[in-house]
Ligand binder design. Structure first.
Ligand SMILES: [Zn+2]
Length: 125
């Protein structure tokens, strides 16, 4: 078994404030990206030759991928902000263990600790 470290890595108010700011900036960024893809995703003329349609649908797929990624990011950021409000920020949603500060700073909207993230990813090792 792993040695029990008693380092309760609670975030200080200042750190929370900083992370919140970071999360807000990330959200703005994702929203801007979403807006951009939406603007691009405006098929004006449905009628056209086949070649045009083919390339269009391919573009659409990429755009969908981009915007769904942005959506996902925004969801995660909003969840993180809600967790800050609830005072449970920085806790793994799966094993309820505190996530290391280092990880939370690198990935402010992380929902799982490294261990759970890895087991969720499945593949790889
Ligand atoms: Zn965990």
């Amino acid at each position: 078994m792993a040695t029990k470290k008693s380092n309760k890595e609670a975030f200080t108010a200042a750190e929370i404030k900083e992370l919140k700011k970071h999360l807000m900036a990330l959200k703005e960024d994702a929203l801007a990206r979403l807006k951009n893809t939406k603007n691009m995703d405006m098929p004006e003329a449905e009628v056209g030759d086949d070649i045009d349609n083919a390339s269009k649908s391919l573009d659409k797929e990429i755009l969908f991928e981009l915007s769904s990624n942005a959506h996902k990011t925004i969801d995660q950021i909003e969840a993180a902000l809600r967790k800050i409000d609830k005072g449970i920020y920085g806790t793994c949603e799966y094993c309820r263990q505190p996530i290391s500060k280092k990880r939370m700073k690198a990935l402010p909207f992380a929902r799982y600790c490294v261990n759970c993230q890895h087991s969720n990813e499945g593949s790889g090792h």
